[in-house]
Design a protein around this ligand. Structure first.
Ligand SMILES: Cc1cc2nc3c(=O)[nH]c(=O)nc-3n(C[C@H](O)[C@H](O)[C@H](O)COP(=O)(O)OP(=O)(O)OC[C@H]3O[C@@H](n4cnc5c(N)ncnc54)[C@H](O)[C@@H]3O)c2cc1C
Length: 520
């Protein structure tokens, strides 16, 4: 089927009446998975309609203000968290999904992780060899290249120096940018379109080839009959208020591809009465991480410059019974800083007065690999509209986070920090290497220390055995013939590195299976 109309991006306010569309493939979600998949499908000449709950925001609106960006570009206005509030999450929500706001780091999936997914979880076909041509293509198209250490901002440079002083492994990270001006505002949407996210690369290119995108289109449920998805039902939202306009959009597609991301893809399946035998929403992984804040005499100005460009794999492998972690850096803008540094009243004021001198380092832990680690769960609250996200942090998580905090502080002190603070409700402050045991003795418990995630994975685990997974090795939902899932939710464990390139690769590889289901 070729599309009856030329490609376009429609916003919710442009739709004046209820609409119905037919197409080959309906793609739900426009982030790392959805955009790459849709692009690969229109390249094959298929008629594709993409539905995105978030708005269509572009460079013209990206004014580098956190108070504008978080409500517009993030899930739950930037306040997504687990039910017990012990783990807060940043997750994208606009055309381009997480790729519009992310910090640009790109890693290929480590071969060891692909082997684990194959050998333990029965996910066939996702080998390094099968993914390599897709990664090669993506690296070229998205200008993925190492960020030179000479261009690192001071925040990253200090991590580099500290790692070097201790003889720890260190490397500069790869980023998907072109003509980057090193502004540091990636998290608020790139104001100069340097970030090679889906918003400025594959989505416009696919639209030129006929892709139709409806922004502000929240998919409510998939209608199924027998072994098939018959229709995708969405409501249109007002771009200004995010409230329903009263208009409905129904897409009847030969195949539906769910790419709403971890957390939202499982939630949408559950709203559609598809619980995968109780496995949908299970095995949710978050790379739980902490941030360590160091104070330096000289200003660091950690809000300027490429936010994340230096990393260390020094503690990536810590044995089979312990979680490995990567060290990296987050940007320190005023709002994020104010939330992270915590404290009340005068203490908070003093912390904020020193913001220019704060260097921040973080870790991401690789969850889901220790024996018995089933991660968290996504479920629906009563009424179905709101989500319940649970993620019990267990002994092995706390062991890794405690270890990581000590090592981050060691690195920051080696780089010349005057003092290092943990993000405990009552921060632990260390000024010399001899004080590091104080960090070990701190309370490592839920709600006593801030734990973050910007990497959501799992919830629709991929695998060979229908009794243990939600989608098969071709990304097809077990039990339905024309429903696929192609986003971070299909990872059977966390990936252990920044996930976007793994999701890009998975979606481009998976396009062959989606296309085959429509006979292309
Ligand atoms: C602040 C931040 C920094 C990050 N930095 C990095 C980094 O440097 N490197 C890296 O590799 N990763 C990074 N990430 C993570 C990365 O962006 C995500 O892992 C990736 O975008 C996830 O891809 P996805 O396709 O699974 O989902 P998403 O990109 O989240 O896309 C899903 C889309 O589906 C839409 N959607 C959800 N529900 C519905 C519905 N019912 N109807 C219609 N649409 C729906 C959402 O609005 C969203 O736009 C970062 C993330 C954040 C938030």
């Amino acid at each position: 089927m070729s599309c009856a109309e030329a490609g376009r991006i429609h916003t919710g306010d442009e739709v004046a009446q209820d609409l119905e569309r037919t197409c080959d493939v309906c793609v739900v979600g426009s982030g790392a998975g959805g955009a790459v998949l849709a692009h690969a499908l229109v390249e094959r000449g298929l008629c594709v309609v993409m539905l995105e709950e978030g708005g269509y925001h572009t460079r013209r609106e990206f004014d580098m203000r956190e108070d504008h960006a978080f409500p517009r570009l993030y899930q739950d206005l930037g306040n997504r968290a687990t039910d017990d509030l012990s783990l807060t999450m940043l997750q994208g929500r606009s055309v381009g999904g997480g790729t519009t706001v992310n910090w640009c780091v790109c890693y290929r999936t480590p071969p060891k992780v692909l082997a684990l997914w194959r050998d333990v979880h029965g996910a066939e076909g996702l080998s390094e060899e099968a993914l390599a041509p897709h990664w090669d293509w993506l690296e070229q198209r998205l200008h993925i290249a190492e960020w030179p250490i000479a261009a690192a901002n001071r925040n990253n440079r200090l991590l580099w120096d500290g790692l070097g002083a201790l003889g720890y492994e260190r490397h500069s990270l790869k980023r998907n940018v072109q003509r980057c001006v090193n502004s540091g505002y990636c998290g608020m949407g790139c104001p100069v379109d340097a970030k090679q996210g889906m918003l400025v690369t594959l989505i416009p290119e696919a639209v030129e080839r006929g892709l139709t995108v409806f922004a502000n289109a929240r998919v409510l449920r998939l209608e199924t009959r027998g072994r098939r998805v018959e229709a995708v039902h969405a409501q249109l939202l007002d771009p200004e208020t995010d409230r329903p306009t009263g208009r409905r959009l129904t897409v009847r597609a030969r195949v539906t591809a769910l790419c709403a991301g971890a957390i939202n893809s499982p939630a949408l399946l559950l709203r559609s009465g598809l619980d995968g035998g109780g496995r949908v929403g299970r095995r949710t992984f978050l790379h739980p991480g902490i941030v360590s804040a160091a104070l330096f005499e000289e200003p660091v100005n950690a809000w300027y410059g490429a936010p994340m460009s230096v990393g260390s794999r020094q503690f990536a492998e810590r044995g089979d019974d312990r979680l490995g972690y990567l060290m990296e850096t987050p940007p320190v803008h005023p709002m994020l800083g104010a939330i992270a540094l915590g404290g009340f009243g005068l203490a908070h004021q003093e912390a904020m007065e020193q913001l220019a001198h704060v260097q921040a380092a973080l870790v991401i832990t690789r969850d889901g690999v220790v024996e018995g680690d089933e991660g968290g769960t996504v479920a629906l609250r009563e009424g179905g509209r709101r989500l319940s996200i649970q993620y019990p942090l267990r002994a092995h998580h706390w062991e890794a986070l405690r270890h990581a905090q000590v090592e981050l502080a060691r690195v920051q002190l080696a780089a010349g920090a005057r003092e290092v603070r943990s993000l405990h409700a009552r921060p632990v402050v260390v000024r010399r290497a001899e004080d590091l045991p104080l960090l070990e003795r701190a309370p490592w418990e839920a709600l006593r220390v801030k734990v973050f995630s910007a990497h959501q994975m799992g919830g629709c685990a991929m695998g060979g055995d229908p009794a243990r997974s939600v989608v098969d090795s071709r990304l097809r939902y077990h039990g339905l013939d024309n429903l696929f899932v192609a986003d971070g939710s299909v990872f059977p464990t966390s990936v252990g590195v920044n996930p976007q390139q793994s999701i890009f690769g998975l979606a481009r590889w998976g396009a062959q299976h989606v296309a085959a289901a429509v006979g292309a």
